[in-house]
Ligand binder design. Structure first.
Ligand code: SF4
Ligand code: FES
Length: 197
């Protein structure tokens, strides 16, 4: 397999073909914030928090570093006024869902996000998809999934599967950045399969 030399914030790093920009950054010790990425799950590219500026064959563009593969002589900037403004905006949108979420508050401080900029959302799920993908890809149970689309998009447990599988598992719980998952589980448990049913 070929190796490529790429430049990240002025640091040159040699990485294997197929490595993502995020992978190259981690190899080079350059921090890029992420929300929906986990090593054990297939890349998703949902939250866009890992946006970086890349300059390569396709010219200069903003890419999600967790899904964008490196190429020879790619030049990447992980911080700039534009990147920081976009991350700030994304964090403000997430914080409108979950203003108390520790991971969002910490990143929000880093990027100067105002948690009150947008009207608070009814649901504190930020649609990172970690719970849905973990259950499908690692546990292979599909006990939780997304329902509806657009602004109505929500996660929901499938009662027939969740009543059978979740009590002894719950390994997706620590993945949720906002604790919405735990709340949704308690609700479905109370409504659809109260203890003992
Ligand atoms: S419930 Fe939590 S883990 Fe699942 S999609 Fe929403 S924020 Fe992400
Ligand atoms: S971490 Fe890359 S899009 Fe979410």
């Amino acid at each position: 397999m070929s190796e490529f030399v790429v430049e990240l914030d002025g640091r040159r790093v040699t990485v294997r073909e197929g490595t993502t920009v995020l992978g190259a950054a981690r190899q080079a010790g350059v921090f890029i914030p992420t929300l929906c990425r986990r090593e054990e799950l297939a890349p998703y590219g949902g939250c866009r928090l890992c946006l970086v500026e890349s300059e390569g064959r396709g010219g200069r563009k903003l890419v999600a570093s967790c899904v964008h593969p490196v190429e020879e002589d790619l030049v990447v900037r992980t911080r700039s006024g534009k990147i920081d403004r976009l991350r700030k905006l994304l964090l403000e949108l997430f914080l409108a869902h979950a203003p108390e979420a520790a991971v969002l508050r910490e990143l929000g401080r880093e990027y100067g996000a105002d948690a009150t900029r947008f009207v608070g959302e009814g649901s504190f799920c930020v649609h990172c998809g970690l719970c849905v993908r973990y259950c499908a890809q690692v546990e292979k149970k599909d006990a939780v999934g997304f329902v509806e689309r657009g602004t109505k998009k929500e996660i929901a447990f499938v009662p027939e599967i969740a009543s059978r599988e979740c009590a002894a598992c719950k390994r997706c719980f620590p993945l949720c950045p906002t604790s919405y998952l735990q709340a949704a589980y308690v609700l479905i448990q109370g409504l659809a399969f109260p203890a003992g049913c």
